[in-house]
Design a protein around this ligand. Structure first.
Ligand code: HSE
Length: 427
């Protein structure tokens, strides 16, 4: 019988509790798959109430993650605290002290992943973080292992379950605040849901996808980012009227001159695009590469069990590697030139409040065309005096002066909303 490997679990929140539960209920299966028993030796959390279910379980309890990591009977650290600190310091401690390390922490991995990777000790089992992106969706494994002969051009994704859930509720007519409270109740949102609503969580995940898929080292502050706080049911109604869904779209694309990196709310065609029908907290990742073409991965992107699925898989992979004196592989990453957002091309959708009769559409169209921006479609919007305008692709640099001229038109009372629109290939 192989020697057991000891696990220290840091963080007993929703994901930590699910992992602790499954380490017990799936113990035989996990032992078989990882080449020997895995024993939960110690659980650390600052909140004693969260540790209460483990009293009398025989598992050691600690209020300090560093103490758990320093135990002699621990071989694998599982960090599920989330957020930058103390999680970041504990992850450095874990890899530097030669523990196999598993984390779901997108915030730390997006900022310090390559640095942590360089600190991994040979034979330790290594560092794995599949749960950091897309929870149950094995997207990092796919990017790392399955496209070794391909050049990936772009990754386009819905990778924040909370915002997708919230946007879905806006489509049902609910207000943003009510929808966010429900996402928190369902366990999708971060402790501070600002990270979800402001697109930070998606930006962190996008950086990790760009590392594994495009081989580049980028950080969340390089992402052209806009969240969903200023969206409401009226925007969802306007999008639906035009045949689109509102999504928070994360995109990394290698273009001539650099890397286009953005997280933006966008109108996505309801029909004919893989991002069009992503329900609830599901995530979808679309990868475009030269040989494989378009690959679409879809699944549960948030929630305790979905994240636990990826964490357990990583624990097995790291345990196997440790038993075999290896580390799980991590792809190299090189710095990239990230394009200035003003250089990027965008197709916009506008909701205007206008005054006047049938002549308004002609005036607005003529103004955009004078700025070299084609108007693809106009239609009355959901509210009184609303006009919806779909523009063709244009550089953001070109769009800015046209928007200024639009605001100055006497027939335009207000520009109520400006959103990007995801243009499907062939359009
Ligand atoms: N808050 C995250 C989300 C959890 O909503 O996607 C999963 O990473």
């Amino acid at each position: 019988m192989a020697t057991p490997l000891g696990i220290a679990l840091l963080g007993m929140g929703t994901v930590g509790s699910a992992v602790a539960r499954e380490l017990k209920t799936h113990a035989d299966l996990l032992a078989e798959r990882s080449g020997g028993p895995l024993l939960l030796r110690c659980v650390a959390d600052r909140d004693p109430l969260r540790l209460r279910p483990l009293l009398l379980s025989g598992v050691a309890l600690a209020d300090d993650g560093a103490v758990a990591l320093a135990r002699r009977d621990v071989d694998i650290a599982v960090e599920l605290i989330g957020g930058l600190e103390p999680a970041g310091t504990l992850l450095h401690q874990a890899v530097q002290s030669g523990l196999g390390t598993v984390t779901a922490n997108k915030a730390v991995i997006a900022r310090a992943g390559p640095e942590l990777a360089a600190e991994v000790r040979p034979g330790s089992g290594g560092l794995a973080f599949e749960a950091a992106v897309g929870a149950a969706i094995p997207v990092l494994a796919m990017l790392r292992d399955s496209l070794r002969g391909d050049s990936i051009r772009s990754i386009t994704a819905v990778i924040n379950g909370t915002t997708n859930y919230v946007l879905g509720r806006l489509h049902g007519g609910e207000s943003l605040d009510v929808a966010v409270a429900e996402a928190q109740r369902q366990g999708y949102a971060e402790v501070d849901p600002s990270a979800d609503l402001d697109g930070l969580d998606a930006a962190a995940k996008l950086c990790i996808l760009a590392w594994f898929g495009l081989g580049v080292s980028v950080t969340p502050d390089q992402v052209d980012r806009r969240g969903i706080r200023d969206l409401g049911p009226v925007d969802a109604a306007a999008a639906a009227q035009l045949g689109f869904a509102l999504r928070l779209v994360a995109r990394a694309e290698l273009v001539p001159g650099g890397l286009d990196l953005s997280v933006q709310p966008a109108l996505v065609p309801l029909a004919g695009h893989p991002l069009g029908r992503v329900e609830g907290a599901d995530n979808v990742v679309v990868v475009e590469s030269d040989l494989a073409g378009e690959l679409v991965l879809r699944g549960r992107g948030a929630g305790a069990d979905a994240a636990a699925s990826a964490v357990l898989s990583d624990i097995v992979a790291v345990a196997r590697a440790r038993r075999e004196g290896r580390t799980v592989p991590l792809p190299p990453a090189v710095p990239a030139h990230v394009l200035d957002p003003r250089e990027a091309e965008t197709a916009s959708a506008l909701r205007l409040r206008v005054r006047g009769g049938t002549e308004v559409t002609g005036i607005v169209t003529q103004m955009f065309e004078e700025h070299g921006i084609p108007v693809e479609r106009t239609t009355p919007g959901p509210g009184d005096g609303d006009l919806l305008v779909l523009l063709g692709p244009a550089a953001r640099d070109t769009l800015a002066p046209a928007m200024e001229a639009l605001r100055a038109l006497p027939v335009v009372e207000a520009v109520e909303q400006t959103l990007d629109r995801l243009v499907t290939r062939g359009e």
